[in-house]
Write a protein that binds this ligand. Structure first.
Ligand code: FES
Length: 226
C-alpha cells in the first residue's frame, strides 16, 4: 500500500531511494499533483499527457488552457507536421479517443492531408480509436508478468469489472486490454491504469483495486488512477 492506494507506484524513486528527494524535486513543481492543463513550461507541454477519468468526446479542439498548450507545443517543433504526435496526444487527453472525425480536425488544424494523419494515428496502438471506459486497464501479459500470474490477474479484472477483453463494462468504468511489456518486469505483475502503474499485483488484489478506482468516479481530473 502507498498512501492508502493499493499497489500504486508513485512514479518516482525519491524518498524510497537513497537520496531522500521530494516528488517536486524529482518531477519539477509544475508536475506534482494535478498537471496544469496549459502544459506548464513550454519545454514540457508536448510530453505525454495524462489520461483523465472524465473525458468529453465532443469537446472542441482546442480552447482555453488546451489552446495555450497547443500553442506552446508548436513553439518546440520546426513545423506543423512535426507536432502531429503531441497534437494527437492532446486531442486524446481531451476527448478520450481519436475518432476519424478528430483525425480530420487535427489534419485541418495542422494543414496536413487527412490520409496522412489517419495513417499515423492508426499506426500507433497508444491512440485509442474507439471510446474507452473511465479507466483503461492495461494488463501486461509479457514474459515476466506471465510467469508471475498475469493471466490470472487479467481474468480477475474481466470477472470483477464484468466485461470482455477489449470491451467496456456496462457502467462505463473499465476497459480491460492486454499490454506488451510495460518495462516494470521487476515488479510483475504490472498493470497500467490510465497514466499510473500498479505493480506486484495478484488476482486477489484486483477487487480492492477496482473498488478504489470506482471511488474516484466523478472527480474532475486525473484522480489517483489518472
Ligand atoms: S513483462 Fe510485464 S512489465 Fe515487463
Amino acid at each position: 500500500m502507498t498512501d492508502g492506494v493499493p499497489f500504486k507506484n508513485p512514479g518516482w524513486a525519491g524518498n524510497t531511494g537513497e537520496y531522500e528527494l521530494t516528488e517536486a524535486q524529482v518531477r519539477g513543481h509544475d508536475y506534482v499533483g494535478t498537471r496544469p492543463r496549459d502544459g506548464g513550461h513550454p519545454a514540457g507541454a508536448g510530453s505525454y499527457p495524462y489520461m483523465l477519468v472524465e473525458r468529453h468526446p465532443d469537446a472542441p479542439l482546442f480552447e482555453g488552457p488546451y489552446l495555450e498548450r497547443f500553442n506552446k507545443i508548436k513553439t518546440r517543433y520546426p513545423d506543423l507536421r512535426a507536432t502531429l504526435l503531441p497534437t494527437l496526444n492532446l486531442a486524446q487527453e481531451v476527448r478520450g479517443h481519436v475518432s476519424p472525425q478528430t483525425m480530420d480536425e487535427v489534419a485541418s488544424l495542422l494543414e496536413l492531408p487527412p490520409a496522412y494523419v489517419r495513417g499515423v494515428a492508426t499506426f500507433y496502438t497508444m491512440y485509442n480509436k474507439q471510446p474507452i471506459g473511465r479507466f483503461l486497464v492495461q494488463v501486461c501479459t509479457n514474459i515476466s508478468c506471465n510467469l508471475c500470474g498475469a493471466e490470472e490477474v487479467l481474468k480477475a479484472f474481466l470477472v470483477y469489472a464484468d466485461t470482455e477483453l477489449g470491451e467496456t463494462s456496462q457502467d462505463g468504468n473499465f476497459t480491460v486490454i492486454e499490454a506488451e511489456c510495460l518495462a516494470a518486469c521487476g515488479f510483475a505483475t504490472c498493470v497500467q491504469i490510465n497514466s499510473a502503474y500498479y505493480e506486484n499485483l495478484t488476482a486477489k488484489g484486483v477487487p480492492e483495486l477496482l473498488e478504489h478506482l470506482k471511488s474516484q468516479v466523478g472527480a474532475d481530473g486525473e484522480g489517483e488512477g489518472g
